[in-house]
Design a protein around this ligand. Structure first.
Ligand code: ADP
Ligand code: MG
Length: 633
């Protein structure tokens, strides 16, 4: 019955509080036992005093909360109902029953507190997997450091799609900045040299250099924890329904109890004592304690379980959504593939030496966050090349990048970027040959002509094939969505066992596609890593981001984060969602069933008495909580 308390408090339900509430519950039990001993030894006053202690210790917190809801929110809740029922029981001499009621009530609160705290701990533990980093620019060289080591007046490089690690002023470049975390505004703001940028906001398409003015108090870690806290408080629809229902239902129960306390002596000739006794039982068994405990403990346990598998659910609603997913759509680079492409061939034109071509390309790509960019830079470094300081990088999503080096503008990316430059027949054929081998061709051009092609090969994740097979076995459609060209996409799809392939897509095409799939099939999950995937991740019923190698912007847009880029956990996450839904449904049915049965048995011939009512009702509450805790395993 304690769902309301712990969820109201969100993650503030810390270890100390859980232990505190366990101690309170134990003392309540202790006083009940002592009172019982006093009773069998005929110490009446001692017995009542001890019971009073048990009531006070076990019930005072709930009473305060119930009164708070009553006076501040002008509403009745289960807390108050239970306290009234317990006091009512004592008033007609059933001290023991009232005390047991309070004890089990307190026990279920403790159980839920521990669940909450455990979830909290499990989530924190996986967030450590992604420490906040920054790229310091020292003599035009990139030095990766921890964000906390930044100092005022340092210059940092913020690549496209990355989170800005400190407040500062742009000293080079231009970009669109997503400031939703600060202003709540979801449309990005264009910024250029001398404009102010803020820690925690997310960089859009451009690479910018930022002079640090103030250090961030809040790291990405604390930000996400906060986000998850918010999300955990943001209850799933079914919980909201139950809670709304709780308020109305509680009023009906109280009104009915009042009627039942007054009417029977006149109508069916019950004695007053019998009447009040039956009304009290009604109050106890009709309280929706079990119902409100049916959902949150289950969801928290599932989130905690997922965290242990390094899968971060940003909230309970996503468990419900992922359970109903009819199709899973994968991005290619960095999601289905390792995102660690290896340079295969370098072909240079226009008399540019191969190493010079590599050096130019890598110097431009040094400002990009794309897996392709990272691999070209790595390859240049492996070849002992000194990269030069490029500027004004702009990432054309799904196409490639543009940037300037020594006063010349270069374009690096797909063929579509070449605009007015035409390929010769020979160049076309060469590119096609590589593409048929599953390679991606990166075209490099300056303002006038194509100066070279670099072919790269990115391996499909070893586990991809089996993941896709598992999904298909679960009757889930699988598709591949990529900005890369058709020939390469087909080859990669073939390696992974995906037949449905959509290639050459720009980010907005990906969104359109997701929307189409949603209307056609119902719930759809999108799995992606890049800035180009972020809009699609947000549009999908469930967005799943790669947490280790993925961009900050994708992680922010997603609902579920695979902290270790472990796509093999996707079938697990779906099954977990299904199990959670199943257990919640069972719980709700069980809770309602028990309550109805007890209500009927109470009035038909008085088959049950207060002890059975208390045990049946509170027992069902503890049972649904324990049943929810099954999801921890
Ligand atoms: P995917 O959808 O497979 O993750 P993207 O949409 O990120 O791929 O990119 C699509 C294509 O655009 C890539 O296959 C590549 O040809 C080109 N591209 C994107 N970014 C870059 C970059 N930084 N450098 C070179 N090529 C790029
Ligand atoms: Mg990608």
């Amino acid at each position: 019955m304690e769902a309301t308390l712990s969820t109201k408090k969100g993650f503030s339900f810390g270890l100390w509080e859980s232990h505190g509430s366990a101690i309170v519950t134990s003392f309540c039990l202790l006083f009940i036992i002592l009172a019982y001993l006093a009773r069998i030894n005929d110490h009446f006053f001692l017995e009542i005093t001890l019971f009073l202690f048990a009531y006070l210790i076990g019930g005072y917190q709930k009473a305060l909360e119930g009164l708070h809801t009553l006076f501040k929110e002008k509403d009745l809740d289960v807390d108050l109902l239970m306290v009234i029922a317990a006091i009512g029981a004592a008033a007609i001499g059933y001290w023991m029953d009232g005390a047991i009621l309070i004890f089990i009530f307190s026990l279920s609160g403790t159980l839920e507190g521990y669940t909450m705290e455990r979830t909290n701990k499990d989530i924190r533990s996986i967030l450590d997997l992604r420490p906040e980093k920054a790229v310091l620019l020292r003599n035009a060289k990139q030095v990766p450091i921890k964000a906390e080591e930044l100092k005022k007046d340092d210059t940092i490089l913020v690549k496209p799609g990355e989170r800005i690690a400190a407040d500062g002023i742009i000293s080079q470049g231009y970009s669109a900045i997503y400031q939703a975390t600060i202003t709540g505004e979801s449309v990005p703001v264009d910024k250029t040299v001398d404009d102010e940028v803020f820690a925690g906001t997310v960089n859009g398409y451009g690479a910018i250099e930022v002079k640090v003015t103030k250090l961030a108090g809040e790291t990405m870690l604390s930000k996400i924890i906060h986000l998850v806290q918010e999300a955990t408080k943001e209850k799933p629809p079914n919980q909201l329904f139950v809670e709304k229902f709780e308020g109305i239902y509680a009023k009906i129960v109280v009104l009915t109890a009042i009627v039942l306390m007054i009417a029977p002596p006149f109508l069916i000739g019950w004695s007053w004592k019998e009447t009040i006794y039956r009304a009290m039982i009604f109050l106890v068994v009709a309280s929706p304690c079990a119902l409100v405990s049916s959902i949150m403990p289950a969801i928290l346990s599932a989130i905690s379980n997922a965290s242990k598998e390094r899968v971060l659910f940003k909230g309970g609603a996503h468990l419900e959504n992922i359970a109903g997913v009819k199709a899973v759509i994968f991005d290619k680079t960095g999601t289905l593939t390792y995102g660690q492409p290896v340079v295969q061939e370098i072909i240079s034109y226009e008399g540019t030496p191969e190493m010079e071509l590599l050096k130019i390309t890598a110097s431009i790509e040094a400002l990009s966050e794309h897996p392709i960019a990272r691999s070209i830079v790595q390859y240049a470094i492996n070849n002992d090349l000194e990269l030069e300081h490029s500027t004004n990088l702009r990432s054309l999503q799904g196409l490639g990048v543009e940037g300037s080096l020594n006063g010349i503008n270069y374009k690096v990316g797909k063929k579509d970027m070449l605009d007015n430059i035409a390929l010769t027949k020979e160049q076309e054929n060469l590119a096609l040959k590589f593409e048929q081998q599953g390679r991606t061709i990166i075209f490099v051009s300056n303002e006038q002509s194509l100066i070279g092609m670099i072919s790269i090969f990115d391996q499909v994740r070893l586990e991809a094939r089996s993941v896709i097979k598992q999904l298909k076995n679960m009757n889930i459609r699988v598709a591949l969505l990529t900005g890369d060209n058709e020939v390469t996409a087909k080859k990669i799809g073939e390696n992974a066992g995906i037949e449905e392939i959509y290639s050459g897509l720009l980010p907005e095409d990906k969104v359109e596609f997701i929307k189409k799939m949603t209307t056609k099939y119902g719930k759809v999950a999108m799995v992606g890593d890049g800035i180009n995937d972020a809009p699609a991740l947000a549009a999908a019923s469930v967005g799943i981001a790669m947490g280790a190698a993925g961009t900050d912007i994708a992680i922010e847009a997603a609902d579920v984060v695979l902290m270790a880029d472990n796509i093999e956990k996707i079938p697990f996450a779906i099954s977990l969602g299904k199990r959670t839904n199943r257990i919640i449904k069972q719980n709700v049915a069980f809770a309602i069933g028990v309550a109805l049965t007890l209500i009927v048995l109470n009035f038909i011939g008085g088959i049950i008495n207060l002890p059975e009512g208390v045990v049946g009702h509170e027992g069902s509450t503890v049972l649904v909580i324990l049943s929810g805790l099954r999801l921890l395993r």
